[in-house]
Design a protein around this ligand. Structure first.
Ligand SMILES: [Zn+2]
Ligand SMILES: [Zn+2]
Length: 84
């Protein structure tokens, strides 16, 4: 089975690293499509944890689509970020 690659910002799944790093990310921290997807370097898991607050999610897409109460920029100033 081929591994899948996920974006750390939006949780989108890609079949290869070049396809991931070559496309703009709608959830880039600098703003909508202000930069490319970033490779999530952790492995594929059944559960993901936010590295800031420890919240648990079943997918990276869920994790990256809700605001984090312990985001370093301030309360809910950004999305959860996956721990590796
Ligand atoms: Zn992305
Ligand atoms: Zn969080």
């Amino acid at each position: 089975m081929m591994p899948n690659f996920y974006c750390e910002y939006c949780g989108k799944k890609f079949p290869s690293i070049p396809s991931l790093t070559g496309a703009y990310c709608p959830k880039h921290p600098a703003g909508f499509s202000k930069g490319k997807h970033k490779l999530y370097e952790g492995g594929e898991k059944s559960q993901y944890f936010c590295k800031y607050c420890g919240a648990k999610f079943n997918s990276l897409q869920q994790l990256t689509s809700s605001s984090c109460p312990r985001h370093p920029d301030g309360f809910s100033k950004g999305k959860h970020a996956p721990a590796l």
